[in-house]
Ligand binder design. Structure first.
Ligand code: SF4
Length: 226
């Protein structure tokens, strides 16, 4: 089948402000794919796997992105790597000269993603409800990506409390992640206060970036399309 006619399961397409990662604050086109293989306790995108989704041909998705020529493009989910046609989609976007972010939950190998794509990889913590789902060697692949193309893989920990923080801190130190990968610590809203997380990071002199979900601060009354 012609690549342009391949179908992807889509949850939503929208244009907004990037709320996370070192790209936070920049205008961004979001391609949110449907379906996820995990069930995190704090998930704020349940509609990607609980609600009916649309299917859309690749050329329709690319046309939508073309409407915002200066913007970043993020492919997210759900878990986007569950759909094999996400790979040609990333290739097409890179070929068009777009800066492409791929957000993944870390449970599938990231070693086949093109080096031009910036991977934002979650590492699920003990209290996430999806602990121990990190694909074998994904931290190694993340370091390798950054050795080849600095900044091409960011690692994100979503933290629910002190137990998660200590677990993430110890992993960051053990793997020396901060030396090779931009590392993001993000508190779950309503479970861990940014103030507490900031205090712990400063107390431990941990070289990680505290991130708040910028889009939820700008649009606290909205839960999707932002
Ligand atoms: S990986 Fe993401 S989309 Fe999937 S259940 Fe966890 S938070 Fe939700």
């Amino acid at each position: 089948m012609d690549i342009s006619q391949r179908l992807l399961n889509i949850s939503e397409l929208f244009y907004s402000i990037q709320g996370e990662s070192t790209y936070a604050g920049l205008p961004c086109v979001f391609i949110r794919l449907a379906g996820c293989n995990l069930r995190c306790r704090y998930c704020d995108a349940r509609y990607t796997y609980e609600e009916a989704h649309a299917t859309m041909a690749m050329d329709g998705i690319l046309s939508f992105v073309d409407g915002y020529p200066g913007a970043l493009v993020e492919i997210t989910g759900g878990e986007p790597l569950l759909q094999k046609d996400v790979y040609p989609l990333m290739e097409q976007l890179v070929a068009k000269g777009r800066t492409v972010l791929l957000e993944t939950n870390g449970s599938l190998p990231i070693d086949t993603i093109a080096p031009e794509v910036i991977v934002i990889m979650d590492i699920k913590t003990p209290d996430s409800g999806s602990a121990e789902t990190l694909a074998h060697d994904n931290t190694g692949y993340a370091k390798e990506r950054n050795r080849k193309v600095p900044g091409s893989c960011e690692i994100k920990f979503v933290l629910t409390g002190r137990n998660d923080y200590i677990w993430a801190r110890d992993l960051v130190n053990r793997e020396a992640l901060y030396m090779s990968c931009p590392t993001l610590f993000s508190p779950v809203k309503g479970e861990l206060s940014p103030e507490d997380l900031a205090a712990w990071i400063l107390q431990d002199q941990l070289a990680v970036r505290l991130q708040l979900q910028l889009h939820t601060l700008i649009w606290p009354h909205l839960s999707r399309g932002i």
